[in-house]
Design a protein around this ligand. Sequence first.
Ligand SMILES: *Cc1c(COP(=O)(O)O)cnc(C)c1O
Length: 403
Amino acid sequence: MSVALPSIKQLHQILPDEPLLMMGAGPVPIPEPVAAANGIVINHLGDTMACIVEQVKQMGAYIFQTQSPWLLGVAGPGSAAMEMAVVNLVWPGTKVLNICNGFFSQRLSEMSERAGGTVERLVVEDGKSADPNDVRKIIEKFRPQVLTLVQGETSNTTFNCHLPEIAKTAKEFGCLVVVDAVCTLSTMPLPMDEWGIDAVITGGQKGLSSIPGVSLVAFSETAWERIQSRKAPCNHWTLDANLATNFWHRASYHYTAPVSGLLALHEAMRLVCDETLEKRFLRHKVCSDALQGAIESLGLDLYVEPEARLNSVVGLSLPPSLSAQQVCAHISENYRVEIAGSFGPPIVRIGQMGEQCRVHNLFRALHALGSTFNDLGVAVDVPLAMAELENRIQSSKKQTPDL
Ligand SMILES: *Cc1c(COP(=O)(O)O)cnc(C)c1O
């Protein structure tokens, strides 16, 4: 043998003895039914799978709040769903306005360019929501056919709070609106039809609390008409929305569906439906407000102003003496809590997406965060912050008894 047999450790020798609490910017902890479903393999075609696909579509209609039948899944990360939205709606010469608030919205812009679009960018100051007046001015001048934006820019924890108005303006000019809701779907309102959105993108491992690797995109009827009007098919065979209807609408073969991941997603969506969107939004709002207040009680600064602050992931500014890497490594090694650094600003990010956003997880994360700062020589008042978290949650409990 020219290649020697490698010496391989077993997984349990590599993984931590005790699972880490995943409080970063995704993936997030998964509920037990999701984990169990992820361990099952069934035929990717046939009646059982057809029934599962049908239910995923029905639950999708509720979670995306759309009557449009064009919900499609994709075997791939949130980025594959982003690419599926972009490459089906953008082709050489398509005028695209990308609203760029950070890393992920910039990615949508790169994808638009690669698809051959004629791209114009509105680069928004870090930590600010895009201003609807700025967007209107560019739309009036540039007359884009497609506009992309993120609802929540996970990378710097910014919320595009003026999304409804921006979508309305785009509609006025006959421009399609593509929204990346990977971190926000099911954590805050995004009524697709009511706000006139033409494509909503999501991934599994964030707001929905499923596993990474299976994602969804919903197209409006108007977006679907544009896709049907194409002269040349989209360059990506796997991401072609028309081909995807073979599996998603005709119970037949496009490519072998990620069966286990799809079952997991089914369970994650079922849990969202069991909870109801109203209660889930409220849970995120209450828990995030409480955590934000508690972090401020530690004496730390939140990165984004309240108006444009996400309640699915919160960013806190670091004192100059600490690096994100140092904080994330210390909290992981000593408290078994994972949080995230960022791809740009000097912040660390704590996620509150789906399963992260449970009271017991917030207490553990806050305690671990405060203790980490103390350990690393930045004195903070952990008992005060823990009390603040408890007080805020108690005072919200009246509204949300089953928090
Ligand atoms: C995580 C994320 C993505 C990318 O998802 P991947 O699964 O990493 O490809 C895109 N957009 C937003 C807003 C995200 O939070």
